[in-house]
Design a protein around this ligand. Structure first.
Ligand code: ADP
Ligand code: MG
Length: 627
């Protein structure tokens, strides 16, 4: 071969970093590189099988679909060959020289961190190929695309560059020739390789031959009847399909004949990989038709919010030769998706009933996806609402209750489900918004995540009960029947409130002092102990929604937040003293009015001007310390 034909290229900067991480921090569990290469070979075979159904195959059509592994114990070379889809020159470069993940630096950090905890995770990061450099001093990838175009060889020692050169005379598919490092010679032993295949790759749906001997049994576990499959087989399949090392949290094997033929085997992992900083993960369910893979990581077979599921859906009703594009708006796929979504939601509801503690574990890890579903999947909103869990004034700390439990406990006359957002249970319980609920014995949900109010706002109502945030200005608890008086609540006699005339005057004066900060200052019907609170005039705009919009930089788009009223408590000693003070020292009283307002804003989780507040606070303290 003429030297001019060999092109030397540099790895993309991110790829070099990944290589660094893989080579230097992952050396502890080298076995996984074999699994990654074999799984890439299997993917390539699946891709070819589908390609051959959609396109006319003219080149190498007769070559059987299989993976062949050769071990050269003397030269210390491991060779993995597949007869799959292959790669063109461009594909060799883009697939093996760059990282699809767009390689943000955050991604790399997370990869490094995750890899230290569990190497097996790198398959999940879509960088499995590079693991070969844990064991290789030199790797050659010879590949010829199924299109028939002449093949090329990609070669690299993993140090920073790779070469690409023409490689004529190849069959369809890919041959990976791994020259092993000195301390990795054991990977040229057929016993080692057989053991690894048995451990990780038994479910590969193509023959895997080691030194000419087939080492796996080809089977589609989802098509077998439930009674025949052992827990162990189910778990092994999960590890295979989910690229996992642990066991799944839930497993759901579902078959139906009518109205559609469906065989689905789905798993919920134990971990949510999105919180590991990997960004949005691709869907984890593959779509098959009669055991032939037609859409890997299918975007179509399930709604996006179910992307955390791993597994397989097989339907023989689908046309075998359907192209990936055609799946997108295929009415049969839409139907399948609807049936499956409904069954999966039902499954979660059943699990929640059968084992609430386990469901709580699920909720902690994957509740965020259910919340996402409520904001995106209108068709199933009511059933999805059933899956929600929140802390509640009726439950203990960390105990989660469902909307059903809440509604079942509601007393007659209560027509709404109430909730209040806050950073923690303790913060909510010491704030002003729950005072009247506590006094009246009306249950209130604590929404402790910033996204929660947005979700409940989308849900709107549940079992015909409106969902209402307790920081709404028009909240009316007068119809809610008093179930019990909080223990001891009646023991402390309420202060005599200001006369209604005095309150009206105080409100008018405070509004004047606060100006545009509030729309109105009003006497409160629901404060018990706190002097004041901020309430929202626009029903949809709760304080937590406002924080959320602000955090996402969208507050400007909606004008500066929702309109607010301040309610004051006419029975509060502080408010009563303020009414008297303003007659004798209006300036100082104005300082107090502002401080009361800022305190109420802080309790609502809203921002105040900290500099101004500190200055004012010192003026007040100076007085309190004595003239
Ligand atoms: P992933 O498999 O998660 O995409 P990898 O790093 O394992 O990530 O592989 C990168 C890409 O290289 C694959 O997506 C595929 O396009 C290509 N590739 C790797 N091995 C093969 C193979 N044996 N045949 C065809 N393409 C391959
Ligand atoms: Mg891979």
């Amino acid at each position: 071969m003429a030297a001019a034909e060999v092109e030397t290229k540099h790895f993309q900067a991110e790829t070099r970093k990944v290589l660094d991480i893989v080579i230097n921090s992952l050396y502890t569990e080298r076995d996984i590189f074999v699994r990654e290469l074999v799984s890439n070979a299997a993917d390539a075979l699946e891709k070819f099988r589908h390609y051959s159904l959609v396109e006319e195959v003219e080149f190498d059509a007769h070559v059987p679909l299989e993976i062949t592994i050769d071990c050269d114990d003397k030269k210390h070379i491991l060779t993995i060959t597949d007869t799959g889809i292959g790669m063109s020159k461009d594909e060799l470069e883009s697939n093996l020289g760059t990282i699809a993940h767009s390689g943000s630096s955050q991604f790399l950090e997370q990869l490094a961190e995750a890899a230290q905890k569990d190497v097996n995770i790198i398959g999940q990061f879509g960088v499995g190929f590079y693991s070969v450099f844990m064991a290789a001093k030199m790797v050659r990838v010879q590949s010829r695309s199924a299109s028939g175009e002449e093949g090329h060889e990609w070669a690299s020692d993993g140090a920073g560059t790779y070469t690409i050169s023409p490689c004529p005379g190849l069959h369809r598919g890919t041959k990976i020739i791994v020259e092993l490092k000195e301390d990795a010679h054991n990977y040229a032993s057929k016993f080692t390789i057989e053991r690894i295949i048995q451990q990780y790759s038994t479910f590969i749906p193509f023959p895997v031959k080691v030194e000419g001997k087939k080492v796996n049994t080809v089977q589609a576990i989802w098509a077998r009847s439930k009674g025949e499959i052992t827990d162990e087989e189910y778990n092994e399949f999960y590890k295979f399909i989910g690229n996992a090392t642990d066991e799944p949290l839930y497993r759901f094997h579902f078959t139906a004949d009518a109205p559609l033929a469906i065989q689905a085997l789905l798993y919920v992992p134990k971990e949510n990989f999105e919180v590991l900083g990997m960004g949005r993960m691709p869907p984890g369910v593959n779509l098959y038709c009669q055991k032939v893979l037609i859409d890997q990581h299918s975007e179509n077979i399930l709604p996006e919010w179910l992307r955390f599921l791993k597994g397989v859906v097989d339907s023989e009703d689908l046309p075998l030769n359907i192209s990936r594009q055609a799946l997108q708006d295929n009415s049969l796929v839409l139907k399948l998706r609807r049936v499956l979504t409904r069954r999966i939601i039902k499954f979660f509801n059943e699990e929640a009933e059968n084992d609430p503690a386990k469901y709580q574990e699920f909720w902690h890890t994957f509740g965020i996806f259910i919340k996402e579903a409520i904001t995106s999947d209108f068709e199933h909103r009511e059933e999805l609402g059933k899956l929600l869990r929140f802390e509640s004034s009726a439950g203990k700390a960390d105990e989660m209750v469902s909307l059903d439990a809440y509604v079942n406990r509601m007393s007659e006359g209560q027509d709404s489900i109430y909730y209040i957002n806050g950073p923690s249970r303790a913060a909510v319980e010491s704030g002003p918004y729950v005072e009247m609920f506590r006094k009246k014995g009306v249950e209130i949900l604590y929404t402790l995540e910033p996204i929660d109010d947005f979700v409940l706002n989308h849900l709107g109502s549940y079992r015909d009960k409106k969902l209402v945030s307790a920081d709404r200005a028009d909240l009316d608890l007068s119809k809610a029947v008093v179930q019990k008086d909080e223990e001891g609540a009646t023991a402390t006699p309420q202060e005599e409130p200001l006369s209604s005339e005095a309150v009206e005057q105080l409100c008018a004066w405070m509004k004047e002092v606060l100006g545009e900060q509030v729309q109105a200052v009003k006497p409160s019907q629901r404060l018990v102990d706190s002097p004041a609170m901020i309430v929202n005039v626009d029903g949809y705009m709760t304080s937590s929604m406002e924080r959320l919009l602000k955090a996402s930089g969208q507050d400007g788009a909606l004008g500066m937040g929702g309109k607010k009223d301040m309610e004051i408590n006419a029975a509060s000693p502080l408010i009563k003293k303020l009414a008297a003070l303003r007659q004798v020292d209006a300036d100082f009283a104005a300082d107090l009015a502002w401080q009361v307002h800022d305190n109420a804003k802080i309790q609502a989780g809203l921002d105040v001007d900290p500099m101004e507040m500190v200055r004012r606070n010192y003026r007040i303290l100076e007085r309190a310390a004595g003239e």
